[in-house]
Design a protein around this ligand. Sequence first.
Ligand SMILES: [Zn+2]
Ligand SMILES: [Zn+2]
Ligand SMILES: [Zn+2]
Length: 113
Amino acid sequence: MSQTTSAMTQIICAFCKGTGKDPFDLLSELAVCQVCGGRGKVEVKEPAIKCAFCKGTGVYHDTRVTCTVCNGKGMVTAPKGETTLCPECNGTGAAMDSGMPCLKCKGKGVISK
Ligand SMILES: [Zn+2]
Ligand SMILES: [Zn+2]
Ligand SMILES: [Zn+2]
């Protein structure tokens, strides 16, 4: 790793809430969290904002799979520059009709101005 990674911020893994274990015991009780690899922490590129689609939980709504927007981290990198609430999904990150991640903001809930 080079020194140029300073724009990364370390956060608690949302998917396992920092335990490092698979929160749903899908494979076995001892399975490590697939998001953080058991470290309990993940890195997100700055500026990081809470993932709108999963509301920072890292979980894809009512399923047991990782959020496809933040990859289970619970945080995503905000769009460059000034941002504004996504008019398509009203900042929820989810498309009104399908419930899938909003195409306009890619599930982040905000877009570049
Ligand atoms: Zn984890
Ligand atoms: Zn998410
Ligand atoms: Zn949107």
